[in-house]
Design a protein around this ligand. Structure first.
Ligand code: NAD
Ligand code: UDP
Ligand code: UDP
Length: 321
């Protein structure tokens, strides 16, 4: 059945479905009575993230690496497979680029054969260390092509190129979202991302590792807000291809984030300052005008509330509750 106004009775493929965002998306699609095929090679995701979905007859988990072809019959594809945190994507950088590029080719080939919609989880990293602030979709970015972040940034940029060429060349209905820093329950405790790292450090009473002077900024989006936007984008008319920024536009410095985490966890942890990693963007904030207009959407969860939910999750999962 072609995907139209809702997901009910459609079979949806979610690649990277056992990851942080993917598992929330699978949950949401099941709640909308879709049938969900979750494809994942468990490189950074885990079966634990989807354990609660396995008893649902509408849910199916498939171990598969998207760099290899995949033949399934589905009504729409959400392509999220890719390690997303610097620690993870730098562990095997060649595989990171392959996942973005070969993964996109295979999923686009699958979508083309079936004539179905396909969503791509792109990233604010396509803007690199931005020279325009906040970043609108028209900005082409400032990316180092040969640095330690390039496997992720350039892989995602190439995936965007492939998506737009399949759209121009094969009239494939594509939906490309540039996702900004997202956080929430089911982030991995060891992924090195700032929100998960600070919370775990604070809960354990370890030092909080601020990189650089902590004056660099990010804008943090709670996962439920992001999933709402993604599911809306997929249901927009074919002409609405994106790229479209998705995130939260409340911007905080890394030191401000650390202070919030310490306060909400009532931790005695102290800040320690470590060298700033190479090519670490100085500031980042999405221009959300397009998302507001096209999706009639804006993020609702304030950082304080989202952090409290995420802290509760980590307390429980680290058995510190
Ligand atoms: P995640 O690491 O938790 O999820 C990625 C999932 O993809 C994992 O389950 C992993 O095992 C799977 N995967 C990796 N390589 C694969 C392969 N070759 N074949 C099959 N599965 C593979 O990360 P996340 O934060 O949930 O990110 C999901 C998507 O959103 C990614 O594409 C990421 O680039 C994008 N994104 C995330 C953020 C963020 O802040 N979390 C920001 C921008 C973009
Ligand atoms: N592909 C896939 N599943 C399908 C159809 C295609 O995995 O159902 C893969 C296939 O491996 C191919 C890629 O998608 O290499 C791109 O397909 P496309 O039809 O665009 O190109 P071609 O087959 O000509 O390389
Ligand atoms: N960061 C930090 N301490 C950490 C992890 C990250 O100060 O333990 C900083 C990092 O240098 C960056 C910001 O927090 O400036 C966000 O890092 P993250 O890896 O979460 O996301 P990204 O850099 O990909 O936006």
């Amino acid at each position: 059945m072609p995907l139209e106004r809702n997901y009910a009775d459609n079979r949806i493929l979610v690649t990277g479905g056992a990851g942080f965002i993917g598992s929330h998306l699978c949950e949401r699609l099941l709640a909308e009575r879709a049938e969900v095929i979750c494809v994942d090679n468990y490189f950074t995701g885990s079966r634990r993230n989807i354990a609660h979905l396995l008893s649902n007859p509408l849910f199916e988990a498939m171990r598969h690496d998207v760099t290899f072809p995949l033949y399934v019959e589905v009504d729409a594809i959400f392509n999220l497979a890719c390690p997303a945190s610097p620690v993870h994507y730098q562990r095997d950088p060649v595989q990171t680029t392959k996942t973005s590029v070969h993964g996109a080719i295979n999923m686009l080939g699958l979508a083309k054969r079936l004539g179905i919609r396909i969503f791509q989880a792109s990233t604010s990293e396509v803007y690199g260390d931005p020279l325009v602030h906040p970043q609108p979709e028209e900005y082409w970015g400032n990316v180092n092509p040969i640095g330690i972040r390039s496997c992720y940034d350039e892989g995602k940029r190439c995936a965007e190129t492939l998506f737009f060429d399949y759209w121009r060349q094969h009239q494939l209905p594509i939906k490309v979202a540039r996702i900004f820093n997202t956080y929430g329950p089911r982030m991995q405790p060891n992924d090195g991302r700032v929100v998960s790292s600070f919370i775990v450090q604070a809960l354990k009473g370890d030092d909080i590792t601020v990189f650089g002077d902590g004056g660099q900024s990010r804008s943090f989006c709670y996962v439920d807000d992001l999933v709402e936007a993604i599911t809306r984008l997929m249901l927009t008319e074919n002409a609405c291809t994106g790229p479209i920024n998705l995130g939260n536009n409340s911007e905080f410095t890394i030191v401000e984030l650390a202070e919030k985490v310490i306060s909400f966890t009532k931790s005695r942890s102290k800040l320690i300052f470590k060298p700033l990693p190479q090519d670490d963007p100085r500031q980042r904030q999405p221009d959300l005008s397009k998302a507001n207009a096209l999706l009639d959407w804006q993020p609702k969860v304030a950082l304080d509330d989202g952090l409290k939910e995420t802290i509760a999750y980590f307390k429980h999962s680290l058995e510190l509750a």
